[in-house]
Design a protein around this ligand. Structure first.
Ligand SMILES: [Fe+2]
Ligand SMILES: [Fe+2]
Length: 337
């Protein structure tokens, strides 16, 4: 994929260095310090979130014209750590204190989800979402779904025993159980194409708002730091536990617009699979993790709370724009299409 269009001074300087140099320039490091000191919310800061996503992408597929050696460049990792500190501080502010009880972890996760009062994007898309709004929604979600399962998978080697086996069981399904065309990322790409969108990996990054990147950056941060393995598993559990019913609604929304099962297969697959994954994730995966390592309980719940809160941020962004007749994307190219 190509480097994305920069959204501010940091992205500009970082992109320039990645494309033309072998290490970061002093100007880029200064920009990073300034972005790290800004008072705005890190989770909606376009320059910060895209720059953090660019840093993380070096661990996924990288960029055309950017040397693979940048992945472990010490100066770049130091810059990334500064952005991560701001991102984490914003997450802590967003989710507040997450109460921990003596209940089994699956019950605590279920209670956290039951208490979530974020807006229901799936209900809106089922009943109201237009084709243009569907294209916008898929564009936002493509930042994650075209690499679906990859961020959490980074946590696998940090686990052992039953928690590891349970996570691998879930992730194997996400990767299509050995069938490339059944990989959830591939099913999502097919959905995008059916709605007239470019499904090439990274092709729609320039359209996607900060909220889309903030959501995936949260997963990448948890997956790439062993210190956050509990949060990575809690995050994955929350994803699995909040997927089955909403997927049914998303599928209904597409059928309302006249699409058939060829297009809805991405969601239909999740209705079935995630009803099973929910149990494996909460009881087997998170239950085993905290049975072996009780001090990770807080992190599991924090990761789950971050997943719910970031879904809320994205839903507010999309619904807020649509309520006032605006596009939720950068450069309203798609709504006009
Ligand atoms: Fe999936
Ligand atoms: Fe799943």
């Amino acid at each position: 994929m190509q480097l994305p269009e920069p959204r501010g001074p940091l992205g500009e300087a970082l992109g320039h260095d990645l494309a033309t140099r072998t290490t970061l320039s002093a100007a880029t490091l200064e920009c990073a310090d300034r972005v790290s000191d800004l008072a705005t919310c890190a989770l909606t800061d376009e320059d910060l979130q895209l720059s953090l996503a660019v840093c993380y992408e070096l661990h996924y597929r990288g960029f055309d014209g950017v040397d693979d050696d940048w992945e472990w460049d010490p100066a770049l990792l130091r810059l990334r750590a500064g952005l991560e500190r701001r991102h984490l501080a914003a997450l802590r502010t967003l989710v507040g204190t997450v109460a921990v009880t003596d209940e089994p972890i699956d019950r605590q996760l279920a209670a956290l989800i039951a208490a979530d009062d974020g807006p229901s994007l799936s209900t809106y898309m089922a009943k109201t979402g237009t084709l243009a709004q569907w294209r916008e929604y898929l564009t936002v979600r493509s930042v994650y779904h075209l690499k679906e399962a990859d961020p959490h998978t980074f946590a696998v080697p940090r686990l052992s025993g039953r928690a590891k086996a349970a996570m691998v069981e879930i992730q194997a399904d996400e990767y299509g159980g050995g069938s490339a065309e059944r990989m959830h990322s591939e099913l999502f790409a097919g959905l995008m194409r059916d709605l007239g969108l470019d499904s090439t990996y990274g092709a729609l990054w320039d359209e996607a708002p900060a909220a889309a990147f903030a959501s995936v950056n949260t997963m990448s941060l948890f997956g790439l730091h062993r210190r956050w393995r509990g949060a990575a598993l809690g995050h994955l559990a929350a994803v699995e536990m909040t997927s089955s019913e909403p997927s049914r609604r998303y599928s209904a929304g597409l059928r309302r617009l006249g699409f058939d099962e060829r297009t809805t297969v991405f969601y239909d697959e999740h209705v079935e699979a995630d009803a099973v994954h929910e149990q494996i994730a909460s009881v087997d995966m998170c239950g085993s993790l905290v049975a072996d390592d009780p001090e990770l309980t807080d992190d599991v719940l924090f990761g789950a709370a971050c997943s719910l809160a970031m879904d809320g941020v994205a839903a507010h962004h999309l619904l807020g724009a649509w309520e006032t007749g605006r596009s939720a994307l950068r450069g309203a190219r798609l709504l006009a299409a």
